[in-house]
Structures are given as structure tokens and as C-alpha cells.
Design a protein around this ligand. Structure first.
Ligand code: MN
Ligand code: MN
Length: 299
């Protein structure tokens, strides 16, 4: 990989990592998730991000992923909540993606929180060109099971492309027998999830995160056109949320416009994902450039 590109990945990773560390100071009993998400996103912009890789995910307890505060969301953190903070930004389309888990106001679930952290460290230890992804999955599975928990089998890490968060290969969180290998110069996000539940997530009926599909169909609905245009300009094919659209399209227009775009196949939605048996879930994630000496950009 060219030095200039590596530098961009490092810059973008550092912004995400600084915002992640900053976010730890915001997490306390009684804090509003909406305020936390907004503050994290403002921080990334102030540190020089061009934009976001995706809306900041704040997923609580058995909610595993794809949860971002709604417009006027009044959710507050409670003592004992297991909070996953998943954030990322881009610099000219070069992306970073990182996550951690914290128990609000206590350490009753320290082992669960540690399980995904240990798994991530173990996975990063073996990353290099030529490593088979199911071997990484096996290492993750082992580390999580050693702590007495299960990996979430239907959530996985992923390759990252320019302006493309989930590109190419996936990195499983268990030994899925895949023979796909990491290649020199690939950029991947590794993200183990651990649970005391069943080890699988299911879709809920809620969706706050969306992305354009690239389908272009004529629509006469004004809000739909406005959202489409704004999202295309601001986010390309990266995920976005209602909170961000609300700055541009007011009131009922958002719901009407989004419905129209979904109906037309112009919008993809990411349902909020919940553990199947309502188990508690922890997650940790880093972005890494696969080289003989791998570079974890979000350390
Ligand atoms: Mn992530
Ligand atoms: Mn990711």
C-alpha cells in the first residue's frame, strides 16, 4: 500500500480513537444517549474528519448493534447498563471503525465486557497476510468461551473499502471453516461480540440507520427527493440516520420521504439487532491494515 494512503488511514483512525477515548468521559448514570452521540460526532468533525463512516451506535444490554439515538430521543443511561459505543469517521472516503463496551456505574459484568476485549486482542495478534479468516474466528471463539460466554455467530468483522464500510470479505467470530485468506494491503475491521445469551442476533422492527442503494427511480414526493439529494451529496453510499436528515428536512417530511424511498427500493434500512434470547452483549472493535507488520489504525 502506498505511504500516502497509509497516512490517511492512520489519520482517520486516530480521529476515531481520540473521539472514542473522549466518549468515555461522557458515559455516566443519567446521561442522555442523544447528547453522547452528538458530542462524539462533533468531536470527530473538530478533529478533522471529512464526515462519518456511519451514525454513532449506542447499543444497550441485549441490543447488539445498529442502534443510534432517534430525533429527540430521551433515553438515559442507567446504572448497570452494558453500553456498546461503536463509532467511525472518514477522511476523503478513507474509513475508520472502532468500538468498545462499558458497564455504566459498575463492574458486575466485567467478565462479559472483557471477553470481547480479550478476543479482539487475540485476533489482532495473529493478523497478517495469508492468515485464513476462520482461524481468526477460531481464536475469537476460544477467547470468548474461555471467559464462559458465546460469540455471536451471525455478526462479523468486515473488509473496508473507500466510501464503503462493508466491502469484500467478512471476518467471522467463530470457526466457520472458511478458507478465505487475508491479503496484503487489505483493510479490515475485526469486531468480536460476546453474550451470555443464545449467541445469535435477530432483527427488531426498529430501524434508525439507512443508506442509499444506488437505485434511481423517479419520485414526485418532494421530501423523498430532498432526502435523496441531501443523502447522496453528504453520505454517498455510507449509512446515515434520521437525526442527520432532520437538520435538512423538517417535521413529517422525514417519515413520508423515507417511506417513499424505502418503498421504491432507493433506501436500505438496517434494523436494530437484538440478542435472540435477550442475553447481555459486549463488543470491541479495531480497524487494521493487513501488512507483514499490521497497523491497527484505531489503537
Ligand atoms: Mn463498528
Ligand atoms: Mn464494523
Amino acid at each position: 500500500m502506498e505511504e500516502e494512503l497509509i497516512e490517511k488511514y492512520k489519520k482517520c483512525g486516530k480521529i476515531a480513537s481520540e473521539a472514542r477515548e473522549f466518549s468515555r468521559t461522557l458515559i455516566k448514570e443519567g446521561a442522555k444517549t442523544l447528547d453522547i452521540a452528538n458530542a462524539i460526532e462533533e468531536k470527530m468533525m473538530s478533529l478533522g474528519a471529512t464526515g462519518f463512516a456511519f451514525p454513532t451506535n449506542l447499543s444497550i444490554n441485549s441490543v447488539a448493534a445498529h442502534s443510534t439515538p432517534r430525533i429527540n430521543d430521551d433515553t438515559v443511561l442507567k446504572k448497570g447498563d452494558i453500553l456498546k459505543v461503536d463509532l467511525g469517521c472518514h477522511v476523503d472516503g478513507i474509513l475508520s471503525d472502532t468500538a468498545y463496551t462499558v458497564e455504566v456505574g459498575g463492574h458486575d459484568n466485567k467478565d462479559l465486557v472483557d471477553a470481547s476485549h480479550e478476543a479482539l486482542k487475540a485476533a489482532l495478534d495473529i493478523v497478517k497476510p495469508g492468515v485464513i479468516v476462520s482461524k481468526i474466528g477460531a481464536v475469537i471463539e476460544d477467547a470468548i468461551k474461555q471467559k464462559g460466554f458465546k460469540p455471536i455467530a451471525n455478526l462479523s468483522g468486515h473488509e473496508i473499502g473507500e466510501y464503503e464500510l462493508h466491502a469484500g470479505i467478512t471476518i467471522p467470530n467463530f470457526d466457520n471453516k472458511s478458507s478465505v485468506a487475508l491479503e496484503e494491503g487489505m483493510v479490515v475491521a475485526i469486531e468480536p461480540f460476546a453474550t451470555n445469551g443464545f449467541g445469535k442476533v435477530i432483527d427488531t422492527k426498529e430501524s434508525e440507520i439507512f443508506r442509499l442503494t444506488g437505485e434511481e427511480r423517479p419520485t414526485r414526493q418532494a421530501s423523498a427527493r430532498k432526502i435523496m439529494q441531501f443523502a447522496a451529496e453528504s453520505y454517498q453510499f455510507l449509512p446515515f440516520c434520521r437525526r442527520w436528515i432532520a437538520k435538512k428536512v423538517g417535521g413529517f417530511g422525514i417519515e413520508i420521504g423515507m417511506m417513499e424511498l424505502l418503498r421504491n427500493g432507493m433506501l436500505h434500512q438496517y434494523p436494530v439487532l437484538k440478542e435472540e434470547k435477550n442475553g447481555m452483549v459486549s463488543q470491541h472493535e479495531h480497524t487494521v491494515i493487513v501488512l507483514d507488520k499490521p497497523i491497527v489504525t484505531t489503537l
